[in-house]
Structure formats: structure tokens, C-alpha cells
Design a protein around this ligand. Structure first.
Ligand code: NAD
Length: 348
């Protein structure tokens, strides 16, 4: 590492890199963007010029071999997360990996192994954990105020919010809303529950709506939208059991004919319950039911996430969203697809 700055390489210079990771790094006085690569070299060059980034690497291997790089942000399509993370770890570079960790459990295991063997800091980009309201929920759960958490209900319904681009091509994404937005809500809720060990999943996935021409709707758009393929599910629901007897239900959709929701996460404990968005605590005081609202400020979750990554590197701390957390969530995500395909509950 250079004396006072952590030198960052950006792998994959598309939407999330340009609109979330790069702006967040630019706000950090102890980070410096030194390298970038992309399958489209012209895109990497544009980004390098715009932000004064010294190196445009030809590919992942060249980027991770650069002396001027201490750490990388992996912002590629999902099908390159494993390759990039393993190459970076073997080259001794710290890794912040966008969600989902990988496309398969085998890939996620290999990533964790490479990170453990090299001793680098590996952090999953589970950005919703870094929201101000999420941090409040986690702290309230850790205080013991909720008692034993035995059930949780989570989800995210978009009515017509299928992302455009590689997301709907299973060879690049690994799946649809389960792996794209289910990963956020399932991870967040599991984290709020105290990360119990997942043991089984029963789920259904629906391939019903596919592509559509609905007007007046907003969609996440990847930087390339040529050659569109639609072979992912457009909604899914299921039930996850944990070793401690607790369970979680989830519902997710990119497209469904029903009411749109934001990310919701309802946590039910023996002493109190708590919900995300709107943030609310459901308890009892002096034999009365009491609903209360923790007051939290506005924070930028991507900046919080990147700050945490840099702090973990500097202090040698394990990130709150570790490689092992990524692996546990990957097991659930792939378990959902296995259960849906087989039409029965699967053990993880
Ligand atoms: N945390 C969040 O809320 C959030 C939101 C959107 C996307 N994401 C994640 O970010 C990642 C990127 O999504 P996006 O929307 O930015 O997509 P995008 O298509 O806009 O950008 C991805 C970029 O990666 C490049 N790329 C792909 N494979 C590569 C490889 N092997 N080597 C180098 N470059 C490669 C592409 O050319 C493209 O420029 C995905 O994993 C996605 O799940 C996270």
C-alpha cells in the first residue's frame, strides 16, 4: 500500500461502477483510483480519462498484476465475479465484490478459499446493510430488545421493473429476480435475524411475463442492451428454514400483476418485532401495545459501504459482510432455484 492512500482498481466500468463505486471512492480522502478494465476497452478508456485514472488494463489478469493496485471493486456481470475475485486474491489484492457473490455455490466456495488462503480482506457488496435504517435495526436486534427471533417475512415486488441488458440472460446473471434483488432482501433479513445457519429451502419460480413493452415504467438499464435474451424467472416465492428453528418467507418479482413494494423486511421476536421501510418497532410497555419509530438520519449507503471496506483493509478487520456471509447466501439462492426446479424442499 502507498503511504496514506489505498489504490483501487475498478473491474467492470458499467452502471454500478460509474454511478455508485467510483463516486463513493472519490469522496474518500484515503482512496485513489489507479486502474480500470472492462470487456469494452473504449468504456474503460472513457472512465480513465474522465477521472484521471492512470492505468487502463487490457483485462482482469493484467489489472490485478499492477503494482499500483492494492484493492479492487468487482462490478462486472455476475458471471465474472468468481474469476475476478480469485485472480485478485491470488495476486494479494483486497476485494469488494458486487452482489451476488457468484452464480453457483462451487464458485462462491472457491472465492472464499482463495481469499482465506491469501489473507486479503474480502467484502461482499451487500449495500442494504449499510443503510441508516438497517444499521438501527441491527443495533436494536443486537441489544436483545427483540428477544428470540423466530420468524421473518421479506420481499420486493416490482410490477414492471425487469432490468434491461445481461440481467435476463442466465448465462451472464445466473438467474432473475432471485439472484438480482432476492439477494438483497434475503441477505438483509438473514442479517437482522442474527445469521442463523440455513438448512433447507422450498420455493417456486415463475417464468410468465418475460419481455414486455409497457410504457411509462422505470427500469435499471445495464450499459449494453444489444442482443437481449429473456430466459430468467420473473418472480419467485419461498420458505427458508434455519438450524435454530427460525424461518423466513420471501417474495420477489421483476414483473408481476400486483401492488408494487419497496424492500420490506419484517422481523418477529418474542419481545418485540421490527420492520424496515417504514421503520417501526412493535413492542409492549406496561401491558400496552406500543408502536414506535426509531429516528435515523439520511446516509449514503454506497459511501458507508466503501468507507467500511477501506477501514477493514487499514485495520485488518473482517468486514460485516464477509466471504462466509456471501457463501451462506449463495447456498440459499441456488437452493431456491434447485427447489423450484425439483418441485420440493431441498436441504442445503
Ligand atoms: N448493489 C446494487 O444495488 C447493485 C445494483 C445494480 C447492479 N449491481 C451489480 O453490479 C454488477 C454490474 O451491474 P451493472 O448494472 O453495472 O451492469 P453493466 O452491464 O452496466 O456493467 C457491467 C460492466 O462489466 C463489464 N464486464 C463484464 N464482464 C467483464 C469481464 N470479464 N471483465 C471486465 N469487464 C467485464 C461490462 O462490459 C460492463 O461494462 C452486477 O453484479 C450487478 O448485480 C448491484
Amino acid at each position: 500500500m502507498s503511504k496514506d492512500k489505498i489504490r483501487i482498481g475498478i473491474i467492470g466500468a458499467g452502471n454500478i461502477a460509474q454511478n455508485a463505486h467510483i463516486p463513493a471512492y472519490l469522496k474518500m480522502p484515503d482512496a485513489e483510483l489507479t486502474a480500470v478494465c472492462d470487456l469494452k476497452e473504449s468504456r474503460a478508456r472513457e472512465v480513465a480519462e474522465k477521472y484521471g485514472i492512470k492505468h487502463v488494463a487490457a483485462d482482469i489478469d493484467e489489472l490485478v498484476s499492477l503494482k499500483d493496485v492494492d484493492a479492487v471493486s468487482i462490478c462486472t456481470w455476475n458471471n465474472a465475479h468468481a474469476r475476478a475475485a480469485i485472480a485478485a486474491a491470488r495476486a494479494g489484492k483486497h476485494v469488494l465484490c458486487e452482489k451476488p457473490m457468484a452464480m453457483t455455490v462451487q464458485e462462491a466456495e472457491a472465492m472464499k478459499k482463495a481469499a482465506d488462503e491469501s489473507g486479503i480482506t474480502f467484502m461482499m457488496g451487500f449495500v442494504n446493510r449499510f443503510r441508516a435504517d438497517s444499521k438501527a435495526i441491527k443495533e436494536i436486534q443486537e441489544s436483545g430488545k427483540l428477544g428470540e427471533i423466530y420468524y421473518a417475512k421479506t420481499g420486493w415486488f416490482r410490477r414492471r421493473g425487469t432490468p434491461l441488458g445481461w440481467f435476463t440472460d442466465v448465462s451472464k446473471s445466473g438467474g432473475g429476480p432471485v439472484i438480482d434483488i432476492g439477494v438483497h432482501v434475503i441477505d438483509l433479513t438473514w442479517y437482522f435475524m442474527g445469521k442463523p445457519k440455513p438448512v433447507s429451502v422450498s420455493a417456486s419460480a415463475y417464468y410468465k411475463i418475460g419481455d414486455y413493452k409497457t410504457k411509462g415504467v422505470g427500469r435499471w438499464v445495464a450499459f449494453d442492451t444489444d442482443n437481449l435474451v429473456f430466459n430468467t424467472e420473473d418472480s419467485a416465492s419461498g420458505f427458508i428454514r434455519f438450524e435454530n428453528g427460525a424461518s423466513m418467507t420471501f417474495d420477489v418479482s421483476w414483473a408481476i400483476n400486483g401492488k408494487e413494494t419497496g424492500i420490506y423486511s419484517n422481523i418477529y421476536g418474542t419481545k418485540a418485532g421490527i420492520s424496515l421501510d417504514p421503520l417501526a418497532l412493535y413492542g409492549e410497555e406496561a401491558d400496552y401495545l406500543v408502536d414506535s419509530t426509531p429516528v435515523v438520519g439520511k446516509e449514503n449507503s454506497f459511501e458507508n459501504q466503501i468507507r467500511h471496506f477501506l477501514d477493514c483493509i487499514k485495520e485488518g478487520k473482517e468486514p460485516i459482510s464477509s466471504a462466509d456471509d456471501g457463501l451462506q447466501i449463495q447456498k440459499i439462492l441456488n437452493g431456491i432455484y434447485d427447489s423450484a426446479r425439483l418441485g420440493r424442499e431441498v436441504m442445503l
